[in-house]
Every structure is written in structure tokens, then in C-alpha cells.
Design a binder for this molecule. Structure first.
Ligand code: CNA
Length: 437
């Protein structure tokens, strides 16, 4: 379904972008020409010329066989698989073309140290973070694909034909109830940011964060104090709502109240169903997502955290940095281009529990104390506010709505939102902030 939606992000010029949607799986598999950035000069032109022809050729061939350079194209989809296959599999990407059949090493220790060394040496000043549901599992929010605990393994009660139906816009158009039932548990308000979120905020605090691209819809990045201009919520959020047919905006708080009370919010203009502006399969990604065309060529370090890299076009973002830019994967398993053996030069991964890895990363960087302090300060600062326009009286009950049973119930936590804008950091990182405006 290719429908234009009104721009919601005035900071990004509509004229400079083409429309992008979450792509269908068939589009995700189309061979796509190599990224023009990789054949042109650009800011890294000199460094690229220093590479040997064979190294360059290897990089380009790895990138081209991945067939994943769909970051700017298509609709959101499972990368290269149909929904039923996707729900049967968890981490496997057997349908991806890989140059060798040897399984990837389970972990490559030393990746954290290498990345930390680059940061300490001042070689990484434009760090991009690409994140997924795994950064929020320690906050008690299930991801999609973790066997047993992931949402896809626990959808029986919604009576849907396949897991992705719950985020399929055509399915929603026909029957919004399954999504609304799930939305009651996903609405921000009953979960708190965890150490991983604060690590990312510390990157900003240190003036190193170029941007955080998240697939998450839980609002925890904003809640921990990462400012709007440093954040791209690529799959939308519950912070706004609109008609799923004509895109007429609808007050987010009213939509939430209706959904929480098992009512269906309807558009005042065309009477179709209103939904929170969470991006479904088949829907356009927000305009802000197009910042990636400016950001990725500028990056000098890419950190990928807690994602299976299964959803296009987002998954392809990781292939948009220059081939000489180090990429660090922090995840339970190797995913996407990190499943290949050998890894691309400059690629590192730290496999295992993400919270543990991030804590080790912080230790190596010497940031642990500062992050703990930041967390303490921020949690004290948190006040009932309006990530989604939530108010305590109509926010979800953390006792009844928590899907994992691990989220905390705390006074003032519902809908709380950061009031701390990291002002000291804004001046440190003013150059990158200006670039983002
Ligand atoms: P996914 O496909 O479920 O992948 C999550 C990845 O994180 C997997 O590879 C897991 O192994 C890994 N992971 C999870 N927990 C940990 C941990 N503690 N330590 C290490 N690794 C861990 O989810 P993706 O983000 O890749 O998929 C994108 C979807 C998920 C987006 O469209 C989101 O809207 C959607 N989603 C978001 C949330 C949220 O906002 N918190 C929750 C569930 C789903």
C-alpha cells in the first residue's frame, strides 16, 4: 500500500527526500545497485583511495551480495522471508546469501576494547547507534523474536493468522482489535529506561552521539533524556495518533483513553479507525528517518544493539556507513552482516547479554560511575508528564499491563518523561546538533 502521509517532521525537508515505507519482503530481496556513496568521493574519499583494490573489491562484493542496501527503498517487511517463515524462525537467516558456509564465531572478544580505544583516542566523534527491542528487554518489555519470551511466541490470545498480522496495516484496517489489545500492554508508562538507554545518553553527554536510530516504540529513549534532535524513532511511537486511512491527526491522549477502555477511536474527518503512529508493515516510515542519508556518511563508529536486523528498510541502515567505519554489534547472536565469515574488516561483535556487555563497555571506557550517577539523577528528576500525553489516572497499570511481570511499579513513573535536556552536553556537541537541524 503506497500512500503518502503528511510530513510530521518539519525539520526535514520533504523536497529533499523520496517517500519510504516499510518494504515488502519481495522488494527487500531485489538486487539493488551498490550505494552511490561507496563509489563516489565524499568525506572519506582519501581514506578509500588508500585501500587496496582487493580490499575495496571485497568490501563492495560483501555489500552487494547482502542484497540489503534497501535502507532508502521499499516498505517495511521481514527481510527476505514471508511472515509465516519468519514466525517459525528466530535468529536464523538461512535465506540470506553469505560468502562462506562456515558458521560465525560465537563471539569476538576484544571488540569492546577496540571500540573503546578508538573513542578514548578521540577517533570517534560521530557515533551512530542503531537499536532494537533488545535494549528494552531488561526494562521488562518483550522483544519480537526471542524464543519463549518474545511477543511472536505469545500471540495465541490475539487470534491472528500469523504473528506479523498484528502489525499489518491491511489486517488492522479489517480488524483493529488484535493490535489494540496488544497496544494496551505496549503503551509507554509502566516501564523505565535501563542501563543501556543511559549508556546511549552518556554518549550524547560526552558529545559523541551523532544520532540514535531506534526501531523501538516504547519511548524509553526519550524518557532517559536523549533529546529529540538526537533521536530517530524509525518505527514511530505512541506519542501521536492519526487516522490510518486519511492521516488526519487525532489527539494521542484521546486515542489512548479509547484504546484502554476497549473502544475504537474514529477519525472525525472520515470515520475510519485511528491508530497510534506506530509504523506498521506496509506503512511509510516517518520523515525523520531520512536523516540517515546525511548521518551515515558522516559516522565514524556504528554501534548496533539488540536487534535481529530482520525488518527492512531499517536493517539495511547498517550497510550505509563507509566501508572503513568500524561497526560493533552488541547482541545475543550474530545478526545481519555479522553472520558472515570472515567478518568485514573493522567489524566487531560482543555476543551475550546486552546489559552485561554494555556495562563492560562502560567500564573499559571509564564511564561506569558517571552512568550510575546519571541514572540516579534522571530517575529522581522523572515526573509524570507526557511521552504520550499519559496521565497517571489513565495510564496502564503496571501490575495488570506488564507482559513480562518484570517492570517496576513506581509512583510517578507512568508517562514520566525527561525534563533534563543535557544542556551542558548540547554545547559540547553543538556542531553535530547544528548539523542535525
Ligand atoms: P527482534 O526481532 O525481537 O530482535 C531483538 C534482538 O535482540 C534479538 O536478536 C535478540 O536475541 C536480542 N536481544 C533481546 N534481548 C537481549 C538481551 N538482553 N541481550 C542481548 N540480546 C538481546 O526485535 P527488533 O528490534 O530487531 O525488531 C524490530 C521490531 C521490534 C520493531 O518494529 C519494533 O517496533 C518491534 N518491537 C519493539 C519493542 C519496543 O519498543 N521495546 C518491543 C517489541 C517489538
Amino acid at each position: 500500500m503506497n500512500r503518502s502521509r503528511p510530513s510530521r517532521d518539519k525539520k526535514v525537508s520533504q523536497a529533499s527526500v523520496t517517500r519510504i515505507t516499510r518494504s515488502s519482503s519481495s522488494q527487500a530481496r531485489h538486487p539493488i545497485p551498490a550505494d552511490p556513496q561507496d563509489s563516489g568521493q565524499g568525506p572519506y574519499g582519501k581514506q578509500r583511495r588508500k585501500q587496496t583494490d582487493s580490499a575495496l573489491a571485497q568490501d563492495l562484493s560483501l555489500m552487494s551480495v547482502s542484497g540489503q542496501d534497501t535502507a532508502s527503498k521499499g516498505k517495511m517487511s521481514q527481510a527476505g522471508r514471508n511472515p509465516v517463515q519468519a514466525c517459525q524462525s528466530t535468529e536464523s537467516t538461512s535465506d540470506q546469501i553469505v560468502p562462506y558456509s562456515i558458521p560465525a564465531k560465537s563471539s569476538s572478544r576484544g571488540g569492546l576494547a577496540s571500540a573503546a580505544r578508538l573513542i578514548k583516542l578521540g577517533r570517534c566523534k560521530n557515533v551512530l547507534v542503531v537499536a532494537g527491542a533488545g535494549i528494552s528487554t531488561p526494562s521488562g518489555i518483550p522483544d519480537f523474536r526471542t524464543p519463549g519470551t518474545g511477543l511472536y511466541a505469545n500471540l495465541e490470545k490475539y487470534n491472528i493468522p500469523y504473528p506479523e498480522a498484528i502489525f499489518n496495516i491491511d489486517y488492522f484496517s479489517n480488524d483493529p482489535q488484535p493490535f489494540f489489545s496488544l497496544a494496551k500492554s505496549l503503551y509507554p508508562g509502566s516501564h523505565r529506561p535501563n542501563y543501556i538507554h543511559y549508556f546511549i545518553r552518556m554518549l550524547h553527554h560526552k558529545g559523541l552521539l551523532l544520532r540514535l536510530y531506534t526501531q523501538n516504540i516504547d519511548g524509553l529513549e526519550k524518557l532517559c533524556g536523549i533529546p529529540e534532535d538526537k533521536l530517530v524513532e524509525a518505527h514511530g511511537s505512541f506519542a501521536t495518533a492519526s487516522c490510518h486511512l486519511c492521516y488526519t491527526p487525532y489527539p494521542a491522549e484521546e486515542a489512548k483513553v479509547a484504546i484502554m477502555n476497549d473502544n475504537i477511536p474514529t477519525c472525525s474527518f472520515c470515520a475510519a479507525t485511528v491508530k497510534p503512529d506506530v509504523v506498521f508493515f506496509g506503512e511509510d516510515l516517518p520523515q525523520k528517518y531520512f536523516l540517515h542519508t546525511e548521518d551515515f556518511p558522516k559516522a565514524d563508529l556504528l554501534i548496533i544493539m539488540g536487534t535481529s536486523l530482520k525488518i527492512e528498510p531499517f536493517a539495511s541502515l547498517v550497510n550505509k556507513v563507509r566501508s572503513n567505519v568500524p561497526r560493533l554489534l552488541l547482541n545475543r547472536h550474530a545478526v545481519g552482516p555479522f553472520e558472515r565469515v570472515p567478518l568485514r574488516r573493522g567489524d566487531h561483535m560482543e555476543l551475550g547479554d546486552l546489559a552485561d556487555s554494555v556495562r563492560r563497555f562502560a567500564e573499559v571506557l571509564g564511564w561506569s560511575g558517571e552512568i550510575e550517577e546519571l541514572m540516579r539523577t534522571q530517575e529522581k528528576l522523572s515526573v509524570p508528564a507526557a511521552v504520550t500525553g499519559n496521565s497517571p489516572q489513565n495510564g496502564p497499570s503496571s501490575e495488570t499491563e506488564d507482559m513480562s511481570g518484570t517492570s517496576r511499579s513506581r509512583p510517578g513513573a507512568q508517562g514520566s518523561c525527561s525534563e533534563d535536556s543535557d544542556s551542558e552536553t548540547d554545547s559540547k556537541s553543538s556542531a553535530s546538533s547544528r548539523a542535525s537541524k
